[in-house]
Design a protein around this ligand. Structure first.
Ligand code: PMP
Length: 394
């Protein structure tokens, strides 16, 4: 039986991680995988997470199952973090999932349950795992224009034109902030124009928000999601706690369904619980519980928000430093966009040949589409990257 299996394509980013690991050069720099790293190259456990874990170890008396949709307290805390007061709590149903990836997977399945012919509109480019999950599920995707390789910003006109092709029953997947892989984002006025197109077409938006707090701040990064939620009749939100709480391996995420019609909440809540039951039954609890404890405790929450802000500002500093170094070397502002982009990533917009040259000649590992993880840099390695790029002729 197993002989019938086909070899599946390897994940390019995970392959790159292995190549980096095997590279003996001591000056090597990993700008590949999307994990936050501090100046020492470590991915530390956040202080508030460690403190919550200690409390949990002392207080937890059972590891029995919690609930199919996870702890309702986690849902309340996350709905509050992501949506604030944008919509009434009664209009939101939610279920904990294994990471933001689990939330995306459940969202696509739920959309297909509601409409077997659903098409999912995805930005060009988008996080590759969106595409691979959709392909695995056999769901049709429609690409909309997003990244403009000339300006390294958003091709906004193209995006609106393509989104106007959506129809009721389609799902339009948008990144709430810190677009992965490009780092190029819409401003709020542009989000309003997207909302107008969504309302005109009747398509249902799905927002994937995996980096709240990594861009312009916790509230600022949620503003687009809140705007959409308060404007459209229905939407899905897949939120990840992996990055902003640094709980990657705990697999902590949540899928929310917002419905203007409160009567639909029972149906969507039941569907979310049903989907969890079919795919893995009870979702992981440990990370979700830590997140809930942090968000519900003033001192822990303040410490978490302060540490997250340090992370955000350090990435902004590195962006500015890299843009400045490249301006000095090239005598032009063609890389000024690096300081304008937000989140952990920037797509440099250089050719695959330059990406290979960076790896072969300079031991600098970027993803093939020229996405770099800004957090893979530090003050000392920024000049090395700038010099290497310049040597590659950019
Ligand atoms: N969406 C996007 C856009 C992401 O970049 C990620 C993380 N790479 C996720 C979702 C989900 O991450 P996780 O499953 O680790 O929470």
């Amino acid at each position: 039986m197993f002989g019938n299996l086909k070899t599946q394509p390897a994940d390019k980013i995970l392959m790159l991680m292995q190549l980096f690991k095997d590279d003996p050069r001591p000056t090597k720099i990993d700008l590949g995988v999307g994990v936050y790293k501090n100046a020492k190259g470590e991915t530390p456990i956040m202080r508030a997470v460690k403190a919550a874990e200690k409390q949990l170890w002392e207080q937890e008396t059972s590891k029995s199952y919690v609930a199919l949709a996870g702890d309702p307290g986690f849902a309340d805390a996350m709905i509050n973090l992501v949506l604030g007061n944008a919509v009434d709590r009664g209009n939101v149903s939610a279920a904990a999932t294994p990471g933001g990836t689990g939330a995306c997977r459940q969202a696509f399945e739920m959309a297909r349950m509601a409409n077997p012919d659903v098409r999912v509109f995805v930005s060009n480019p988008t996080w590759p795992n969106h595409l691979s999950i959709l392909k695995h599920l056999g769901i049709e995707t429609v690409t909309y224009r997003y990244f403009d390789n000339g300006t390294r910003g958003v091709d906004f006109e193209g995006m609106l034109e393509d989104l106007a092709q959506a129809k009721p029953g389609d799902l339009v997947l948008l990144h709430g902030c810190c677009h992965n892989p490009t780092g190029a984002n819409l401003n709020l006025a542009q989000w309003q124009a997207v909302v107008d197109v969504l309302l005109k077409t009747g398509a249902t938006p799905m927002i994937d928000i995996a980096y709240q707090g990594f861009g312009d701040g916790l509230e600022e990064d949620a503003a687009a999601t809140r705007l959409v939620a308060s404007s459209v009749p229905e939407m899905l939100i897949a939120a990840s706690c992996s990055k902003n709480f640094g709980v990657y391996r705990e697999r902590t995420g949540i899928l929310m369904a917002v419905t203007a019609d409160k009567g639909l909440s029972t149906l969507t809540q039941g569907t979310l619980a049903y989907l969890n039951r079919q795919n893995y039954s009870f979702p992981p609890d440990h990370g979700a519980r830590l997140v809930t404890m942090i968000l519900n405790d003033d001192a822990l929450r303040a410490d978490w928000a302060a540490e997250l802000e340090e992370v955000r500002l350090s990435m902004l500093g590195l962006r500015q430093q890299l843009a400045d170094e490249l301006r000095k070397l090239t005598g032009s502002d063609q890389f000024g966009f690096i300081a304008q982009h937000r989140g952990m990533f920037s797509r440099l917009g250089v050719s695959p040949e330059v990406v290979s040259q960076l790896r072969d000649d300079h031991a600098i590992y970027a993803v093939g589409d020229s996405r770099i993880n800004i957090a893979g840099l530090n003050k000392e390695t920024v000049p090395a990257l700038a010099k290497a790029l310049h040597k590659c002729g950019v």
